[in-house]
Design a protein. Sequence first.
Length: 306
Amino acid sequence: MWRYFSGMCVALFISTGASGQSSWSFNDKLDLQVRSDARSDRDHRTQYRIRYYPQLTMGENWSLNSFIVTGNDFSSSHNTLFDGSSQQLHVRRLYVRRTSSAGKTEIGIIPTYKGRVSSTGLSKDGWIEGIRHVVNLNSHHAVELVAGQLDNQDPSDALQLPAKLDYAELEYSGRFSDKAGFEISLERMTGGNFVRSEYRYAWHPQHEIFIEWIQRLDQSRNKAIIGVAGEGAIRNYPLSYFVYASRVDEGLGSRAELTEDFLGYGHGFSGEIGGSALFAEDAEWFIRLDVVDKVERILTGLKMKL
């Protein structure tokens, strides 16, 4: 399996004469997950996920990046065991990135995020066919501009050139202090105009509260989230957690459905706890509960980074 992924990635990235230059280097990351998905409105499923992140650095500021992952949907990267139609593997991203002290630029089939993925942000396994430009105003404030196509949501067609411009985002992010940070953005996507805002406050170095909000401007529809997340320990055994309550109006449509772990419309609750698996280095277990109106889901599993 590993040789297959490495071979496919090298085929994507080899460039004539690159191997002879000491400033060029190849790096990659692989993470694996297996989970049990017990959901009240469908049959129980056992699923797995493989995500591979190859990168070819080209000098001090340039890199060529890709993302190869299982799953057959924009917001899903899991295949279901014993389901022959579910065994999918696609290249979802391929883009050039230039970084400097002033910011960064990404061009191609780019990620949906510039850093951390928020609960109101688009799925971290999705893609945008276009360009992202981030300008660091100073060490604590930045402006981000993204433009491209989001309408193509089939992973098998992710590497197609954009046929139209249907996605635009202008975001301002910053920090009020070492403990408090925020984001606010104007978005044009999925046939609507939106304002997204986020506030995070760390009352302890390892614990924070977050509030997120999406407002559709052409309709009275919104999504609201409030929660806490962090890390702790029980008898010196480290644990991580997050808990949040949410409300999602049905009129948000695809803007809600393309976010991370979308379960349904209405009032909801999500909570997860996880910790290190003692049998292997860089392996973690997790247990998660999601409830949206009458739909319940319990996820349990293991994930590992290589």
